[in-house]
Ligand binder design. Structure first.
Ligand code: NAG
Ligand code: NAG
Ligand code: NAG
Ligand code: NAG
Ligand code: NAG
Ligand code: NAG
Ligand code: NAG
Ligand code: NAG
Ligand code: NAG
Ligand code: NAG
Length: 467
C-alpha cells in the first residue's frame, strides 16, 4: 500500500493482539494512529507499514487514522486458513466483502475541525453506503446500487465491515437467515440470526444460503439510535440467477427499530468464542492488574472564551475515568522509546477518581467537567489484565460505546474483558464512535518490554515521519 497524502493507517489487527494472541507482535511502529504510534505523514511524504501477520484468520481491515480520514480511505484484509487447514464450517461457494461506510457532502476534515472549534456536535453524514453506494432509498444512487448474484442452492460468505464513523448498525438480508461464524479475525460459535448489530470498527463473517424463491432481495442497514445519528437506510441487492419474473421492487427486510435496545442486547449476548481444539481461547483465570473505567461525555471550558456553541457555551469533551485525552506534540511511541520527557504522564487512573451513581437520571453538574491531559496506563510485560468498562449517564448522554479493543459497552451498561499484556508496545485505546474519540474518549496502554530482546519492542524503522 502506498499513500502519497497525509494519512495514517490504523490496522485493526493491532489491538486485537491482546485478545487473540500475537498480532503485530512487538511492532507498534506500524500501528498507525497519529500522535500515538507516529507523526502524521505530510502530503508528498511516504511511510512504509510493516505488517506482521501471525495468528489472525478471517476478515480484518485497515483504515486511515488521521482526524476523520477513516471516512475516505479504508479496505478489507482477508486472511484465509493456512494451507492444509480449512474453515471450521462448510466451505462457502463464493464470498463478498460488504463495507458499510459514511458519506458526507462536506469535507470530513473541515467538519471535525469546525466541530472542535465550535465545541458542538459535528455535522451528521448525508448518507450511509454499502460498497460505496447509498442504494435505492436515496435519489442520487439508483443506477449505481451495489448488486450481487446468487445461484440457487449455493452458500455465500459475506464479510461485513463497519467503517461507519458514528453509527452502530443493524444489518439484514430480506428473507434469508444469517449465520455469523467469525468476528474481527477470529471464529465464533455459529450464531443463527435474522439480523446483526455491528459497531464501528467491527467485522462479521456471515454465511447466507441461497435457498429462497428466485427473485430480488434487499440487504439493508440502518443505525441503532445514538445521541445524534444519521437515520438514513442504505441498501444493496441480491439477484438470483435464472428465469423468473423480476419484481418491481425487491423484498425489503424488517429491520429492528432505531430504539430497539432489546434487539441490540439479544444479539450481542449470544456472541461466544469458538473455543475449539483447533481454535482455542486463552482467557486469564488469575488477574493481577485491574482497571475499572467509566466512559462519559461532558464539557470543558471553551478555548475561545465562552464563544463555543456546545452546552452552556462550553465544548463537548469525552473522557475515560474523568481524563479527557489531548493529543501530544510528538507521538507517544517515540517519546516513550526515546525517553523524551514532558509528552505524556503515566497517571491514567485505575478507577474513577470519584464514585457516583453512574447511570442515574439525575446527575449533578459536578460530574460534567473532566481533567484534560495526555494520561497513559503503563502495564508490566505479561500482566494479566482485567478491564471493566462502565457506561455513564453524565449529561443524560448515555450511549453505546464501541471501545477499540473490539468490545461494545452498552448504553448505561458495562463490559468486562481480560487479556495477557504480552505484546510490548504503545497501543491506542479509544471509542470507535469517531466524534467521541475526537473529543478525548481515548487513552494509551503502554506494555513494557519483557526480559529478553524477543519480548521487547522491535527496533524502529529506519525512517520515521518528523512531527
Ligand atoms: C519515501 O521517502 C524516503 C525518505 O524521504 C525517500 O528516500 C524515498 O525516495 C521515498 N519513496 C517514494 C516512493 O516516494
Ligand atoms: C455543517 O453543516 C452546517 C449546517 O448545515 C453548514 O453550514 C456547514 O457548512 C457544514 N460544514 C461543513 C464543513 O460542511
Ligand atoms: C426523491 O425523488 C422523489 C421523486 O422524484 C421525490 O418525491 C422525493 O422527494 C425525493 N427525495 C429526496 C430525499 O430528495
Ligand atoms: C430522521 O431524522 C430527521 C431529522 O434529522 C427527521 O426529520 C426524520 O423524521 C427522521 N426519520 C426517521 C425515519 O426517523
Ligand atoms: C423463461 O420462462 C418463460 C415462462 O416460463 C418461458 O416462456 C421462457 O422461454 C423462458 N426463457 C428461457 C430463456 O428459458
Ligand atoms: C417499530 O416502529 C414502527 C413505527 O416506526 C412501529 O409501527 C412498530 O410497531 C415498531 N416495532 C416494534 C417491534 O417496536
Ligand atoms: C475572556 O473573557 C473575559 C470576560 O469576558 C475577559 O476578561 C478575558 O480577557 C477573555 N480572555 C481571553 C483570552 O480572551
Ligand atoms: C442510581 O440511579 C438509578 C437510575 O436513576 C436508580 O434507579 C438507582 O436507585 C440509583 N441508585 C442509588 C444507589 O441511588
Ligand atoms: C474530574 O476532574 C475535575 C478536575 O480535577 C474535578 O473537578 C471533578 O470533580 C472530577 N469529576 C469526577 C466525576 O471525578
Ligand atoms: C509470561 O507468562 C507465561 C505464562 O502465561 C510464561 O510461560 C512466560 O514464561 C512468562 N514470560 C515472562 C517473561 O515472564
Amino acid at each position: 500500500m502506498e499513500f502519497k497524502k497525509s494519512l495514517n493507517l490504523e490496522l485493526l489487527v493491532a489491538l486485537l493482539l491482546n485478545l487473540h494472541g500475537v498480532e503485530q507482535p512487538r511492532n507498534p511502529w506500524s500501528d498507525g494512529p497519529e500522535y500515538i504510534a507516529q507523526c502524521p505523514i505530510k502530503p508528498g511524504a511516504n511511510f512504509s507499514y510493516d505488517i506482521i501477520f501471525s495468528e489472525e484468520e478471517g476478515t480484518l481491515w485497515w483504515h486511515a487514522h488521521s482526524d476523520w480520514s477513516r471516512a475516505t480511505v479504508h479496505g478489507p484484509i482477508i486472511v484465509y486458513p493456512k494451507a492444509g487447514t480449512t474453515y471450521p464450517f462448510p466451505k462457502p461457494d463464493a464470498e463478498f466483502p460488504i463495507v458499510l461506510a459514511s458519506w458526507f457532502k462536506g469535507d470530513v476534515m473541515e467538519i471535525i475541525q469546525e466541530a472542535l472549534i465550535s465545541g458542538d456536535e459535528p455535522n451528521k453524514s448525508d448518507a450511509l453506503t454499502i460498497n460505496g453506494q447509498p442504494g435505492d432509498l436515496y435519489n442520487c444512487s439508483k443506477r449505481g446500487t451495489f448488486k450481487i448474484l446468487f445461484d440457487y442452492g449455493k452458500t455465500y460468505l459475506l464479510r461485513v465491515i463497519n467503517s461507519i464513523m458514528n453509527e452502530e448498525m443493524f444489518f439484514m438480508v430480506a428473507g434469508h437467515k444469517l449465520t455469523v461464524v467469525g468476528m474481527d479475525g477470529a471464529y465464533i460459535k455459529p450464531l443463527k440470526t435474522s439480523y446483526i448489530l455491528i459497531t464501528p470498527g467491527q467485522v462479521m463473517d456471515i454465511l447466507v444460503t441461497a435457498n429462497r424463491r428466485r427473485s430480488h432481495y434487499y440487504m439493508a442497514a440502518r443505525a441503532s439510535e445514538g445521541v445524534v445519528y444519521d437515520n438514513t437506510t442504505t441498501t444493496a441487492i441480491i439477484q438470483y440467477s435464472g428465469n423468473y419474473t423480476i419484481p418491481s421492487t425487491p423484498k425489503f427486510p424488517n429491520l429492528p427499530n432505531y430504539t430497539d435496545i432489546d434487539a441490540v442486547t439479544n444479539f450481542v449476548r449470544r456472541i461466544k468464542a469458538l473455543a475449539s481444539k483447533e481454535h482455542p481461547i486463552d482467557v486469564p483465570k488469575k488477574v493481577d492488574t485491574r482497571l475499572f473505567i467509566t466512559i462519559a461525555v461532558g464539557t470543558l471550558p471553551c478555548a475561545t472564551n465562552g464563544s463555543c456553541t456546545g452546552p452552556n457555551g462550553n465544548k463537548l469533551a469525552g473522557s475515560l475515568n474523568n481524563a479527557s485525552f489531548e493529543n501530544p506534540k510528538i507521538d507517544v511511541l517515540q517519546a516513550y522509546y526515546k525517553k523524551i520527557h514532558g509528552i505524556f504522564t503515566t497517571d491514567f487512573p485505575d478507577k474513577p477518581p470519584n464514585v457516583f451513581n453512574f447511570t442515574s437520571d439525575e446527575l449533578s453538574d459536578d460530574v460534567v467537567t473532566p481533567t484534560a491531559g495526555t494520561k497513559v496506563k503503563v502495564l508490566k510485560y505479561n500482566a494479566s489484565v482485567e478491564i471493566v468498562f462502565q457506561g455513564t449517564n453524565v449529561f443524560s448522554a448515555a450511549e453505546n460505546h464501541p471501545m477499540h479493543l473490539h468490545v461494545g459497552v452498552p448504553k448505561n451498561g458495562w463490559s468486562a474483558i481480560r487479556f495477557k499484556a504480552d505484546n510490548p508496545g504503545v497501543w491506542f485505546m479509544h471509542c470507535h464512535l469517531e466524534r467521541h474519540s475526537s473529543w478525548g474518549m481515548d487513552t494509551v496502554l503502554i506494555v513494557r518490554d519483557g526480559p529478553t530482546s524477543a519480548t521487547s519492542i522491535r527496533k524502529p524503522p529506519s525512517y520515521l515521519n518528523p512531527c
